[in-house]
Design a protein around this ligand. Structure first.
Ligand code: NAI
Ligand code: MG
Length: 499
């Protein structure tokens, strides 16, 4: 039925050129209406790798019109057939893991081996999971009145606007578009200005499978392209991942239109290490949790370590040794563990926090690993990871999201103090506790204010587990059957009077 997809292009520079100046609207790769573009740089070298199409309001209008047209037939298709096509999208993406991994490494600076290839390789799982959930889009019969057959039915919302960030762009896009599409919606994605190419390529691959207009993707800047998408009268739902500040802007615009939003925002997630914890396991968990191989650019990052006084020094020493062993370098080099920070803006932000930390009385900055030596990377946005000790939980570094390779390690003396500190934050995305004591562990699962609490492990987002924050970390959930039903459909009640 479908044509076979495009041939993988393993040279990411060639692919970035190929993706330059293009948006995907109505199944076609087209330039921006204005013909304008903006430069996209390789953060590891500073060299421009391509010019993304500069999407603006006119392009939003075109993409939404294509989506409205595409959705009309898409919603009429049998749910299992939609699900089958979404599974097929995942299968096609899986044939492009290597090229997508390389391209996302080139544009974001995330190391290929530790991060970028991993991101590309888990996409198929998301599409397979949601595609398989299509038969679960069912309603109920309601025992209302024996003479009135009463039922509920799940219906799509219409056109969904999906605004994504640059840190895990393909994965975060997948978690939005897979459930939205299976539920019968059409989608217009707005990519992040820092990372427009890999997601565009992924959408191009999927567009070979999906009917025209069902999936569209725009690149462009937040206020000029994301803004008109949120405000567009025919966009009936926004799903957004990014900063708290932008999340508030999106929510305000959506409030004017009275449309639902899902917001996945920041975090300052605590990791509590009790004095009875298996320290080696806790250190391994910290290595995953801190996301230093992603330069710490993760909303779920365990960026506040709360460590019991009795094990603090041993924990810090073990952790520092592990981080020191990570190698910084060219993201495309297989030997590299840690790549570059995504953009100059992020780089400046991270460095300014490190300066604030250094200037805080009592603080000690443990700089880890070492800068890459390759002269080609001299202009790259590399930051040595830093573990801060001696900071209070009330310090700026412990309260604000840094989104960089910077972790605060804070001492506590007893469990109650640890729980109080863990919850003393405006965020509530994730939390972990490390202990061998069952009562402590169970108590913490009940008292930690977070959307995702784990004991003695630090698993990353899973497609079948509901994921999302409380407090200023967001609204609504992603991943899971629940997210598809609650956030991408509405429930219609139907009564048939049989008298
Ligand atoms: P951002 O929230 O400004 O950008 C995220 C997305 O929103 C991008 O696609 C951007 O173009 C779009 N956007 C920006 N302004 C918009 C507007 N007025 N209307 C509609 N869309 C708009 O985040 P940014 O500037 O990339 O990073 C700033 C900070 O946000 C980071 O340092 C980090 O702390 C946090 N962040 C959190 C993420 C998460 O996973 N929760 C992801 C990225 C950033
Ligand atoms: Mg911004």
């Amino acid at each position: 039925m479908q044509s076979q997809g495009p041939t993988p292009v393993l040279d990411p520079h060639a692919l970035a050129e190929q993706m330059s100046g293009r948006l995907l609207i109505g199944g076609e790769l087209v330039p921006a209406r204005s013909g304008r573009t903006f430069d996209v740089a390789n953060p590891a070298t500073g060299v421009v790798i391509g010019r993304a199409a500069l999407g603006e309001a006119a392009d939003v209008d075109a993409a939404v019109a294509a989506a409205v047209a595409g959705q009309a037939a898409w919603r009429e298709m049998g749910a299992r057939e939609r699900g089958r096509l979404v599974v097929e999208c995942g299968r096609r993406l899986n044939e492009h893991v290597e090229e997508l991994g390389r391209l996302v490494a080139l544009e974001t600076g995330k190391a290929l081996r530790t991060e970028s290839r991993v991101e590309a390789s888990i996409l198929a799982d998301v599409f397979t999971f949601f595609g398989g959930l299509a038969p679960e889009l069912k309603g109920e019969t309601v025992p209302f009145n024996p003479k009135m057959l009463t039922l509920t039915q799940r219906e799509p919302l219409g056109v969904v606007g999906a605004i994504i960030p640059w840190n895990v762009p393909m994965m975060l896009m997948a978690l939005k578009i897979a459930p939205a599409l299976v539920a019968g919606n059409a989608v217009v994605v707005k990519s992040a200005e820092e990372a427009p190419f890999a997601v565009l390529r992924a959408c191009e691959i999927m567009s070979q499978v999906l009917p025209k207009g069902v999936l569209n993707i725009l690149s462009g800047f937040g206020p000029e392209c994301g803004g008109p998408l949120v405000a567009h009268p025919r966009v009936k739902k926004i799903t957004f991942t990014g900063s708290v500040e932008t999340g508030r802007i999106v929510y305000r615009t959506a409030a004017e239109k009275l449309i639902p939003v899902t917001l996945e925002l920041g975090g300052k997630s605590p990791m509590i290490v009790m004095d009875d914890a298996d320290l080696d396991r806790a250190v391994e968990g910290a290595m995953v949790g801190m996301r230093f191989t992603r330069q710490g650019q993760s909303c779920t990052a365990a960026s506040r370590m709360l460590v019991h006084d009795r094990v603090h020094d041993a924990f810090v020493a073990k952790l520092k040794a592990r981080v020191d062993a990570l190698r910084m370098g060219d993201p495309l080099d297989e030997a590299t563990d840690i790549g570059a920070i995504v953009s100059r803006q992020q780089y400046d932000k991270v460095l300014s926090y490190i300066e604030v930390g250094r200037g805080t009385p009592g603080a000690q900055a443990l700089e880890c690993s070492s800068m890459p030596e390759d002269p080609r990377l001299a202009g790259g946005l590399f930051v040595r990871p830093v573990l801060f000790t001696g900071l209070g939980n009330d310090s700026r570094l412990a309260r604000e999201e840094i989104f960089g390779p910077v972790t605060c390690i804070i001492r506590f003396r007893d469990y109650e103090e640890a729980i109080a500190m863990a919850n003393d934050t405006e965020y509530g995305l994730a939390a972990t506790i490390w202990t061998r004591d069952l009562r402590t562990a169970m108590d913490a699962t009940q008292r930690l204010e977070a959307g995702f609490v784990q004991v003695n492990q630090n698993l990353v987002v899973q497609p079948n587990l509901s994921y999302g924050g409380v407090k200023t970390s967001g609204l609504g959930k992603e991943a899971s059957l629940e997210s598809m039903l609650e956030h991408f459909t509405h429930k219609k009640t139907i009564i048939v009077n049989m008298t």
